[in-house]
Design a binder for this molecule. Sequence first.
Ligand code: 13P
Length: 257
Amino acid sequence: MRRFLIAGNWKMNTNSESAKSLASDVAAGAGNHTEKVCVLLCPPFPYLALAKEAVNGTDVKIGAQDVYFESPGAFTGEVSVDMLSDVGCFATIIGHSERRHVLGEDDVTINKKVKAALAGGLGAVLCVGELLEERDAGNTETVLDTQMAGGLVDITSEQMEKIVIAYEPVWAIGTGKVATPDQAESVHAHLRNWLESRYNSDVAESTRILYGGSVKANNARTLLEQQNVDGALVGGASLKADSFVPIIEAAADLSTS
Ligand code: 13P
């Protein structure tokens, strides 16, 4: 049985004060829901350590939004896997749509990052998603298959235990245009089939596939109710405990374990 994972991607938001209070408010609001639901908060790099401190003693985990694939050395501006582990990160997001489309990251780079994260003991939330024009042209599945294959080159079925897939249609990110539950379910089922053919049925059954893109308290439940939706990667609504905690509550409510 896959446990729901509700992850907050704070993107380039918050400051030291708001990051600290947001992390502790979410931890307080998540309370004993973390017995049923995994909660991951992904603040900007400068606030990882203080967010970690704010959730200490709770089951809320801290993750990064990106990582560099090289070992520590002369890579100005970059942050290594070791550094993320050192400040208490459990995982990192990799291949987010904004990194692909604003910062120009390709599947080769994304795959290097996935490999480096796993080699250093960090979990990876690998993001995939199609542009609106790709969906309109009927190419959603081809685009996703390419991103999955590219991001997971050389990743073994054992390593898949540390990987979560996040399906984030680019047209739904920050636009308020959430995918319908049917649209999300159809893509998630496709991704699970892809995992079965690339790996095996165990990997397909155990890998969590999150949905991301305009998830809010008022639409989370119908998305999370879908058989193949195992959680949410939340942007805007993760920036306030009042809008994020109800998403955790919806997942807890739907959990059978
Ligand atoms: P929004 O929830 O703001 O649409 O962002 C989604 C996202 O990109 C999460 O990684």
